[in-house]
Design a binder for this molecule. Sequence first.
Ligand SMILES: [Zn+2]
Ligand SMILES: [Zn+2]
Length: 568
Amino acid sequence: MNDGKKRDTRRGGDELVFMALGGLGEIGMNVYLYGFGPERGRKWLMVDLGITFPGENEPGADVVLPDLRFIQAERNALAGLVLTHAHEDHIGAVVELWPTLQCPIYATPFTAGMVRSKLGEYGKNLKLPITEVPLGGRCNVGPFDVEFVTLAHSIPEPSGLAIRTPAGTVFHTGDWKLDATPLVGAPPDEAKLKALGEEGVLAMICDSTNAMREGRSPSETDVAKSLAKIISNAPRRVAVTTFASNVARVKAVADAAHAAGRHLIVAGRALHRIIQVATDTGYLPENFTYFDQQRFKDMPADKVVVMCTGSQGEPRAAMARVAEDQHPDIGLDKGDLAIFSSRTIPGNEKDVGKVQNALARRGVDIITDNEALVHVTGHPRRDELRDMYAWVKPTIAVPMHGEARHLKEHARLALESGAKETFILTDGEVLKLWPDSAQRIDEAPVGRLYRDGNLIVPDADGPVRARRKLSFAGIAVVAMTVSRRGEILGEPEVALEGVPLVDAEGDDMHEIVLDCIDGTLRSIPGKRRGDIELVKDAVYRAVRSGIQQAWGKKPIVKVLISVVDARS
Ligand SMILES: [Zn+2]
Ligand SMILES: [Zn+2]
């Protein structure tokens, strides 16, 4: 790393740097690194290790994981991983990628509980060295003195991190909002945020998700009241689907059911898992009771509330199966009510629409956050961001957790709110925060990996990219047998997948391909036919261009040639 200028050599050339290996320019797959020390001897602190979900261009991939090769190469200098909260975009890659890092992990009790419960789910026999830090607690991770600061969000125990170093303090917000009545857990620790501002904060790395929305987000308690009213007025069965990790919402639905004299039924593994962890850690009462889904059929229509997984239209989750009348225990009919207590994450609109249409066809009434206050965001809108800047008063602002447009709007707001400087970074860009003026000094390798079945595979030259190509233009496979002397034995075999069967004139595509092969083989002089690579390449080109002429598109083409010792 060298920016061409002579570096400050006070303190033996110590520097404080920040970078993201995921989470800048997209909402998801959050992995942030802080480095302290001289350029060739930095100690690293990792904050969060999340996943994201594949888009339509990533066919067949289950989950997208960050490429950690930069920090894997420096793993002996990685002092620890601190987790801000238990959402998948912050902890989802821990179980799969921690074995490549082998560092200590620090998390508050609920977050730690969620990571451990994932271990059980994957059946992994891993012992993760998690140190539980109490809410608002403090831990030393290498040269970093990390203090947890309680905030509000859509899951218990969201924690900002005040990271103190000899270079000064950085405040890493994690995901947060302001909510004086969060329904579950303590409200944000405004006093500590103000105290940090008084102490002096060099830089704030802050959530940008809602930086384009004016105003303040409503409270979780407002949603609970609204749900209670809707459920108490419902004439028949009520099904509610929400993000399983939102414990406050789970409690709101349970309270609403109770107040309306209804029984609560819970359907879906992710909900059972979170209820277990939330009960163990005191966020739900120990006597939190609900009925198994098998009891549904015994309950009168006006005496039941079913809480279901599947708010994003996931086809295998409870809500989709209920909507399609495929659920073994739970069914909804005309006049029943389905509440989507959630927001549709961009990219999931079709899946959610499919579930809602199936419900509508069954005569089920539907309430979403368009019709009533049945959901609130977990991220700060602009007035909340302004409060945070007024309290923490950072010199440097680095927007994170957002797409480019969110980061840009956030940076502008930060400058208006008193920050002296902002940096809109991309994943991999290394920002030196201290000493002297802050500046980009380097770029680290970053990328995406996929969980693909049982394997983790790369993006570049990987199978997911190949499937993207296959999905666009299919594949043509040619198999031939030749003798050592270059004679073609028998007829070539052709298999086409995802390629039209006939062309515009009605000619058979197989025949077209066979004619191409035949013409090409005849054009190769006899003595050159022994050169298998030449034959292969000629057939490949002929088939590709032949199909392109007929179809207007080029499929993937594979030519397989086996060579045999033939008697002639
Ligand atoms: Zn979150
Ligand atoms: Zn997040």
